[in-house]
Ligand binder design. Structure first.
Ligand SMILES: NC(=O)c1ccc[n+]([C@@H]2O[C@H](COP(=O)([O-])OP(=O)(O)OC[C@H]3O[C@@H](n4cnc5c(N)ncnc54)[C@H](OP(=O)(O)O)[C@@H]3O)[C@@H](O)[C@H]2O)c1
Length: 164
């Protein structure tokens, strides 16, 4: 039985999520939220995200890395050659499945016909970058919650959106 998929993303109003392999902002409240949401869970992520998140395995996270590079399996993490293979591994492990990007992983996940919950931090700014979250607004979401917040640099809203 496939599990509910949790998608974790922070994106700007123009859908930018990354720049030069890193986040295009520093928002401590969102970073803490993301760490708490994924602690102890299975995180499905692309190879670039995995390499830039050096402490992914702290707090009991179990990464399933999507890559064509099988050698990564020698580092003790689950490795899959496609999103479908990664989700098959994740579904067989105990715990929640959190899909953490990047761009192609998000696009392929949103195209799936299975229940999902989007944990979206919408950063109310137009930001320059080279990676984007796919257009999600036209999909059939039901809003579960929203909370507005801000820091000295940004205003942002934490949304929880469900798709049956
Ligand atoms: N704001 C946010 O919430 C958020 C979230 C995630 C990421 N980001 C940002 O996004 C950027 C990283 O994302 P990215 O899209 O550039 O890279 P990525 O998805 O992390 O990694 C890309 C690599 O993953 C593998 N891969 C991805 N999809 C695959 C597929 N369907 N089948 C097989 N292999 C696949 C390939 O690895 P190989 O080349 O090894 O085969 C590919 O080169 C960074 O700037 C990061 O900070 C932001």
């Amino acid at each position: 039985m496939p599990k509910l998929l949790h998608l974790q993303v922070a994106c700007a109003e123009n859908r930018v999520i990354g720049r030069n392999g890193r986040l295009p902002w520093r928002i401590p409240e969102d970073y803490r939220f993301f760490q708490e949401q994924t602690a102890g869970q299975i995180v499905v992520l692309g190879r670039v995200c995995f390499e830039s998140w050096t402490r992914v395995q702290l707090d009991g996270r179990r990464p399933v890395v999507v890559t064509r590079n099988r050698a990564l399996a020698n580092t003790g993490v689950h490795v899959a050659g496609s999103l479908a293979a990664a989700l098959a591994i994740a579904d067989a492990l105990p715990g929640e499945v959190h899909v953490c990007g990047g761009e192609r992983i998000y696009a392929e996940t949103l195209a799936l016909e299975r229940p999902m919950r989007l944990h979206l931090t919408l950063v109310h700014a137009t930001v320059s970058g080279d990676t984007r979250f796919p257009e999600w607004r036209q999909l059939d979401w039901r809003e579960v919650s929203r909370r507005e917040s801000s820091d000295a640099s940004y205003r942002y809203t934490f949304f929880t959106l469900n798709r049956p």
